[in-house]
Design a protein around this ligand. Sequence first.
Ligand code: SAH
Length: 342
Amino acid sequence: MKNIKDYDLNDLKEELVNIGEKPFRAEQIFKWLYQEKVKSFDEMTNLSLELREKLKQNYTFCNFNILKKQESKDGTIKYLFDVLDENAIETVLMSYHHGYSICVSSQIGCKMGCKFCASTGIDFVRNLSSGEIIEQLLAVEQDTGVKISNIVFMGIGEPLNNYNNVINSIRIMNNPKGLNIGARHISISTSGLVPGINRLANENIQCTLSISLHATNNEKRSSMMPINNAFPIEELMQACKDYIEKTHRRISFEYALAKDNNDNLEDAKELVKLLKGMNCHVNLIPINKIENGDFIKSSNENIMKFRDYLNDHGIVATIRRELGSDIDAACGQLRRTALNKH
Ligand code: SAH
């Protein structure tokens, strides 16, 4: 059976017409799902009992169970959700002065194989559906009672490798009759899938695009991110330039600093050369140590030097505040954790 949260409003209208209902019922259902945030068809009290029964027969509701919840000293909460098929995914809620942000997973496992990331080394299982992406937000809001205002696709998985479901979930988030979260408050982060970036440029969605760059030449980038062998830096940068030209939107470049690997002034110089003249922003992330990982965090001093060099040479750069590292909820620390039901 299909999950009712997999549908954008227009598709839901079509679905309802197909089962002999009036399209405006879709708007009512959307309101129950995304504004009232109910957890069952029975709570949709302005629908007839008959329609509620029909919905139950045709669609699942997909409420995730919380398997585990860990709270960091800084208020960050990491959830392990049971996605109802023997699999589990992690989702993180972060609190900032401007509101609550959620870091959602887009796949169960990841195919990208980045050497510094904890989601690597676990088998890829499958894509999450749009409804499963949306459900992460709903389950966290239901559990905490907070209103989430920002969404980042920086959890487990490569969002552009699950393109259709991710875009469809953004339409549901974005829809004023859905979750009503402005696209500017939604960020997609990619390891650099060029065809996906090109497609996104034509999508007419105002979300923020983040590129996980992490290195400035092909040799170094390929040693950290195998995807660079398929889409080398030149192709990636061309796609970014085309994206900016088409969308007039600024791109964020993520750069995780690892000691003696990509954090010296030579690297900063190369980065300036690469990004000069582009409408962009650089997010510097102190790389997080993962189990069995080779990379070590740069010193604070080096990170600040790196930032200052970029800023002094016309590239806007900030250091990302790390949240949740004490509960393994910071960037790159999320992993698909197998369910153990026995
Ligand atoms: N697959 C997507 C989104 C998930 S990763 C992507 O690659 O962008 C989210 C961000 O965390 C990416 O910028 C990723 O490169 C970064 N990241 C992964 N492991 C990290 C680590 N150990 N320390 C710091 N950042 C890390």
